[in-house]
Design a protein around this ligand. Structure first.
Ligand code: FAS
Ligand code: PHB
Length: 389
């Protein structure tokens, strides 16, 4: 088989890139190691930045999001029993959209299948060959048969545990990492959200987040120990702990119910440089990871897709390699700002085991400054709605 762009991975980065390329007549094949249902079963991001909304419109898959998504003009931040609102719309002129990553991925799968796009599920042993030459190729096997795809370029959209980043020699790669001494225990429940807005809470017992997917599907998170597993937490224990971390007037109106999904995500900040090696381009979680506090994971994958798609379009349509030659530089400039915001927002809202009394006072002063200072709120809002591409 031959294609112009071989795309490794079948998550949101891969599917959005595939859809955009296909609309410009650039042939591509997506290689996903799991099944469609498995990919859709992973409950992940919930908040979409303006840049991703525009990309979805450009990709022609924004219809259901426009109908079913919830525009949010701000967020609530709770601390020590009090709560204040940061008004994104007033401060930046923009809002964010609450529409689950699962739904974005579903919309992309539907578009790919409707357009007759090429995706191979349940592939095994993907290997990227000769990425540092003008004639790369990819091999994989399935059901005991080896397959080869010759291509012009390879997009590594296979997430943090994928093969693409590992293909770049260690002598070329520079990796930056910070791990956090806690995780997020998240649940989905078919209950009405506790508030119209998201609520980020810093409490003496740890971080909590109240989010949602629709008027009767809520998403809640609490900071938990890394040693915890979902089975350590009954629903009753989760709800009790969540209520203890929220202001009383919020806890009092929380509607609880059985969890329909319960999982723990570790928190990590990670970046690999460069995001290009020869004709291999890393995109999304394959290149970088953020703690989910700032809702930047999926959204930063989207900005990578924007830069890579336009670079590939430029080389195929105009014969100009400028976009792909500057891909890593452009993508990383925005990635590092997302890393900074996610690290800052996580530092602001979580309780760390090694925090001194002074550290806690600094955290409280930072939250109070955000509560009382419009410039501080504007800086937070600009990052949360998404910095320009
Ligand atoms: P993905 O990891 O989504 O997709 C990679 C795909 O590649 C997967 O389908 C995988 O099966 C496939 N793959 C891997 N190796 C392969 C191989 N060798 N061959 C073929 N296929 C291969 N972000 C937020 O903004 N908010 C959140 O609340 C949030 N919560 C998260 C919770 C968890 C548990 C995790 C892991 C991430 C969370 N994220 C969140 C971040 C998440 O949304 C990612 O940023 C987003 O999935 C990135 O998309 P992709 O880059 O497509 O990577
Ligand atoms: C979610 O709804 O899953 C969500 C929202 C905001 C975040 C992280 C996760 O910062």
């Amino acid at each position: 088989m031959r294609t112009q762009v071989a795309i490794i991975g079948g998550g949101p980065s891969a599917l959005l890139l595939s859809q955009l390329l296909r609309l410009r007549g650039i042939d591509n094949v997506v290689l996903e190691r799991k099944t469609r249902d498995y990919v859709l079963s992973r409950i992940r991001a919930g908040v979409l930045e303006r840049g991703l909304l525009d990309l979805m419109r450009e990709a022609g898959i924004a219809g259901r999001m426009e109908r079913e998504g919830f525009a949010h003009d701000g967020t609530l931040i709770a601390h020590e029993g009090g709560m204040f609102h940061v008004d994104f719309r007033k401060l930046t002129g923009h809002s964010v959209m609450v529409y689950g990553q699962t739904e974005v991925t579903r919309d992309l799968y539907d578009a790919l299948e409707k357009a007759g796009g090429k995706i191979e599920f349940e592939v095994e042993g993907v290997e990227i060959h000769d990425a540092d030459t003008d004639a790369p190729h990819v091999t994989f096997h399935r059901g005991g048969t080896e397959h080869r795809i010759d291509c012009d370029y390879v997009a590594g959209c296979d997430g943090f545990h994928g093969v693409s980043r590992q293909t770049i020699p260690l002598s070329v790669r520079r990796e930056y990492e910070k791990t956090y001494p806690f995780g997020w225990l998240g649940i989905l429940s078919e209950t009405p959200p506790v508030d119209d807005e998201l609520i980020y809470a810093n409490s003496a017992r740890g971080f909590a987040l109240c989010s949602m997917r629709n008027a009767n599907l809520s998403r809640y998170y609490i900071q938990c120990a890394l040693s915890d597993s979902p089975s350590d937490w009954t629903d009753a224990a989760f709800w009790q702990e969540l209520k203890r971390r929220l202001p009383g007037e919020v806890a009092g109106r929380l509607v609880t119910g059985p969890s329909i999904e319960k999982s723990i995500a570790p928190l990590r900040s990670f970046v690999t440089e460069p995001m290009r090696w020869g004709r291999l381009f890393l995109c999304g979680d394959a290149a970088h990871i953020v703690p989910p506090t700032g809702a930047k994971g999926l959204n930063t994958a989207a900005s990578d897709v924007h830069y890579l798609y336009n670079g590939l379009r430029q080389v195929y349509e105009e014969g100009d390699p400028e976009g792909i030659d500057r891909y890593s530089e452009r993508a990383l400039a925005r990635v590092w700002k997302a890393e900074r915001f996610s690290w800052w927002f996580s530092s602001l809202l979580h309780r760390y085991p090694d925090q001194s009394a002074f550290d806690l006072r600094m955290q409280a002063a930072e939250i109070d400054f955000l509560r009382t200072n419009e410039a501080a709120q504007k800086a937070m809002a600009e990052n949360y709605v998404g910095l320009p591409y």
